[in-house]
Design a protein around this ligand. Structure first.
Ligand code: AMP
Length: 294
């Protein structure tokens, strides 16, 4: 594989046998291994996960694989941003030790027919609007875990439900892997970094920049004791005024089990969850609601 000049020092593998050999050699000398699974089109949010992984392990693997199983036929698999050379250049400047670039057949061998699925935790939010999504994520993450054998894996709170899904799966399947969450990285306007942001037009970005301000203001309202139903009604109004094309969901759910809160003041630490369409782009974000009374 051709690696850009600047990235010569960064090791890449695409075969599982090479990957396993490398990981075994590290483990043989007592190194702890961290994994950061990504779909590429890397930004500072992804790179923060690499730093987090390297702060708790000795060797960090970043996997780059755009997973077709988590996209429905009408979704943006074909147009999902890709740019391997730029990704490798960015990773070369981080604590990443190895980039794993599997081919489709390395992840899904001929005749593949196994799926991992979870129930309750995947029922609402993105699981409702994208019913295929978490099955695809859980399956590919499981495969990546089995191929990379990490001691630790790091996932972003940007995809908060996904983080809880992976934690649940690791616990339920007794995977010997510690799952760690990392905070959302935002740009100077507060917009949560996302590979899909590159598809926003200038006008759409103006709307996207408003999302985090709306979420933070709604969260402060919730912390002051305003009832959930009033917060959500106000949120819907503000999002429409901000120019979003449609609201997939705006909900308040508990932080641990994602139990949906529907009325009255928020009584326990919770999060506001948002998914909207702006033009052709679907964006998600979330914001903590932290009560100071307990
Ligand atoms: P993706 O490539 O979008 O599948 O994301 C790979 C990992 O990066 C996931 O664990 C995401 O939650 C995480 N991630 C994506 N965007 C951000 C962000 N803005 N801040 C922190 N983590 C992020």
């Amino acid at each position: 594989m051709a690696i850009p000049d600047k990235c010569k020092q960064l090791s890449t593998v695409d075969a599982v046998s090479d990957l396993r050999e490398k990981v075994s050699s590290w483990k043989a000398i007592g190194k702890r291994v961290g994994l950061v699974p990504t779909m590429g089109a890397l930004h500072t949010g992804h790179l923060s996960l690499v730093e987090k992984a390297s702060s708790v392990t000795d060797k960090v693997i970043v996997s780059i694989f755009v997973n077709p199983e988590q996209f429905a036929p009408h979704e943006d698999f074909d147009t999902y941003p890709r740019g391997q050379d730029a990704d490798l250049e960015k990773l070369a400047a981080t604590a990443c030790d190895l980039v794993y670039l599997p081919n489709i057949s390395t992840i899904y061998p001929d005749g593949f027919e196994t799926r991992v699925s979870l129930s309750e935790i995947t029922e609402g939010l993105c699981g409702q609007s994208r019913p295929h999504f978490f099955g695809g994520v859980a399956t590919v993450v499981n495969i990546l875990f089995n191929q990379c054998s990490p001691d630790v894996a790091v996932f972003g709170e940007k995809d908060y439900q996904q983080l809880l899904v992976v934690k649940r799966m690791a616990k339920d399947l007794s995977l010997p892997i510690e799952i760690i969450g990392a905070p959302i990285v935002r740009d100077a306007n507060g917009l949560a970094l996302s590979s899909r942001n590159t598809h926003l037009t200038d006008n759409e970005r103006v709307t996207a920049n408003r999302l985090n301000r709306i979420l933070s203001a709604l969260s402060r309202e919730a912390e002051r004791g305003t009832p959930v139903e009033a917060i959500l009604a106000s949120g819907h109004e503000q999002l429409k005024n901000a120019g979003v094309d449609s609201i997939d969901y705006l909900e308040i759910r508990t932080e641990d089990k994602l139990t949906k809160l529907v009325n009255g003041p928020v009584q326990h630490d919770a999060r506001l969850f948002l998914a909207v369409h702006i033009g052709k782009v679907r964006l998600i974000d979330n914001w903590p609601i932290i009560l100071r009374t307990h």
